[in-house]
Design a protein around this ligand. Structure first.
Ligand code: DGL
Length: 272
């Protein structure tokens, strides 16, 4: 039985939060992680540009590194490009979209905070999720690219200032009943910052993301046979690729170390 190959894709390090969950539930798979730092941040790209870039990039990458399944580990991309990508590729594609439904099941005060990129906040897809699953809740949103950059900084070993987090989340930090008790981490970069986000609040807030649901979906789609590959788990090597060369070797070295902490044995440039 051959090892299943899964391509995990994001604009940057955010997909690692998804990879972590996927690999926990699917330990026998082999992952290629591709991040498109050449076009980062995705949350600020035009929708048409995103769809065209994703289709081309994934087509070219899969020619070199074929996969059995793709995870678009990026809300900004999934909320706009899933339909087009599923029409274009024949292998299964799992997307990541904001976890509005699970959040509406756990909120106690019926106020949900959606924390995502400006792109994801603006999407019709996101508005539909809200009207479908949280029509009876109050959903407040903050769209922040700065938070995405802070996650990148963290994995590049930079020291983060808690004040920056407080500034970004300031609209939700006053102590009153209309503030969210549950936050949807609607960008895959944000679960990497759970500690810093939680530390902004005096009381505990529910931080909800889509990682576990994605991992379950991957397991369903790959099927039972992957259990047979458990033995080869040790031998599996996960590889990571980026699309734009780094200016700073120190940052690349720190990032390589972060990726190796997740189980990646290489971080390579691919010119796509
Ligand atoms: N990690 C991505 C997301 O889930 C996007 C970050 C970005 O490039 O703006 O939306």
């Amino acid at each position: 039985m051959s090892v299943k190959r899964v391509l995990i894709f994001d604009s940057g390090v955010g997909g690692l939060s998804v990879f972590e969950q996927v690999i926990k539930l699917n330990p026998g798979i082999q992952c290629q992680y591709l991040f498109d730092n050449a076009y980062f941040p995705y949350g600020e790209l035009k929708q048409t540009q995103l769809v065209a870039r994703l289709t081309q990039l994934l087509t070219d990458f899969l020619q070199q590194y074929p996969a059995d399944l793709i995870v678009i580990a990026c809300n900004s991309a999934s909320t706009v490009a899933l339909k087009a990508l599923r029409q274009h590729f024949t292998i299964p594609i799992v997307g990541v979209v904001p976890a509005i439904k699970p959040a509406s099941l756990v909120t106690r005060n019926n106020v949900i905070g959606l924390l995502a990129t400006p792109g994801t906040i603006a999407r019709d897809y996101t508005h539909k999720l809200i009207s479908q699953f949280a029509a009876d809740k109050s959903v407040l949103s903050i769209g922040s690219t700065q938070l995405v950059k802070l996650a990148e900084d963290k994995l590049m070993g930079k020291v983060l200032s808690q004040d920056e987090f407080m500034d970004i989340l300031a609209p939700w930090l006053s102590q009153n009943a209309s503030m969210p008790d549950t936050l949807v981490l609607g960008c895959t970069h944000f679960p990497l910052l759970k500690t810093e986000i939680q530390a902004c609040f005096n009381t505990e807030v529910n931080l909800v993301d889509s990682g576990e649901a994605i991992a379950l979906r991957v397991k369903q789609l790959l099927g039972e046979e992957q259990k047979l590959d458990l033995q080869s788990q040790q031998a599996n090597s996960h590889q990571a690729f980026y699309t734009k060369l780094f200016n700073d070797n120190q940052h690349l070295a720190a990032l390589t170390q972060s990726f190796s902490g997740y189980g990646f044995n290489a971080l390579q440039h691919c010119n796509l």
